[in-house]
Design a protein around this ligand. Structure first.
Ligand code: HSE
Length: 299
């Protein structure tokens, strides 16, 4: 049997929802997995993926086989990876989700998607990318000791997005290492009030409050310095008509939330970035993905 898994990019945190809010986007990695004599890993698009047992898709497949007490033989894994690596768009989550869904299909579907979200969140350490990658839409998650609780709500047509993606990467370990061990009560209230307002504003389609709701004091202020020209890019996006602007996941992408009918933001931002010489920033228009990862099985 051959299994093909298509996994959306994701944007975690959405400003104030550190490690809890995330959404799925219309950019997709695909992974094809089939039994083989030995381990062969290929990329169709020249993406520099690991081609040995340290490959994240392979490691995740192996993890699920181990959990299920099954022996893993040889495999051919073929990856197509347009989601850029280490830019806060969920490229590692896409590998983890593809590995778990692929392994689950090869094993005859022993686990539910909820159980797979639980495993994926523990592998990644936080649920805010893997949950929307599995489910699509806007997802709020809570990671308790052993259990991950998720709630997905469709976003379709309520908003659109533009990802401002720099050439430079920012590894999640570095971006997490920049965070303080403790925050003040005032900053906690600042974030929880905004995460609540953001959720209500997105779900109701009341976009007027998004600019206030995407404010954050738990991670963005500590990460901005690791993303070259980020303050300037924030300002450009804000004055070009974005409803809200935030660092996607751990960065380095800066995400703009747009009205669904906004056709001027992308050309205006491209022009302003060019004018300022910020030519290593790419502007990618996106919409919300509502389906989450899709698994196809072939005989
Ligand atoms: N919530 C995580 C973080 C997302 O901000 O570190 C990382 O992809």
């Amino acid at each position: 049997m051959r299994v093909k898994i298509t996994v959306p990019a994701t944007s975690a945190n959405i400003g104030p929802g550190f490690d809890s809010l995330g959404l799925a986007l219309s950019m997709y990695n695909t992974v094809e997995i089939l039994p083989a004599e030995k381990l062969v890993i290929r990329s169709t698009d020249g993406c520099p993926i690991l081609k040995n047992k340290n490959n994240l898709v392979y490691k995740t497949i192996k993890r699920l086989y181990d959990i299920c007490g099954k022996e893993l033989g040889g495999l051919e894994i073929v990856q197509t990876s347009p989601i850029p690596f280490a830019r806060g768009l969920g490229s590692s989550s896409a590998c983890i989700v593809a590995g778990l869904l692929g392994a689950n299909a090869l094993l005859g579907q022993p686990l539910t998607r909820t159980e797979l979200i639980n495993i994926a969140s523990h592998i990644e350490g936080h649920p805010d990318n893997v949950a929307p990658a599995m489910l699509g839409g806007f997802v709020a998650s809570v990671m308790d000791e052993d259990q991950v609780y998720t709630c997905k709500v469709p976003l379709k047509d309520k908003v659109s997005f533009a990802a401002l993606i720099p050439k430079s990467e920012l590894k999640t370990e570095v971006a997490r290492g920049a965070l303080p061990m403790e925050v003040s009560h005032k900053d906690a209230v600042y974030n929880l009030s905004r995460a609540s307002l953001l959720t209500a504003a997105l779900l109701s389609g009341n976009l007027e409050h998004i600019h206030a709701a995407v404010g954050d004091r738990l991670h963005q202020p500590y990460r901005m310095r690791y993303i070259k020209n980020s303050s300037e890019v924030f300002q450009i996006a804000q004055k070009s008509g974005a409803c809200g602007v935030y660092i996607s996941g751990a960065g380095s992408t800066i995400m703009a939330i747009l009205r669904p009918d906004d056709t001027s933001f992308v050309p205006v931002v491209r022009e302003l970035l060019n004018r300022k010489g910020l030519t290593d920033w790419q502007v990618v228009p996106l919409v919300s993905d509502e389906n989450g990862a899709v698994v196809e099985e072939f005989d």
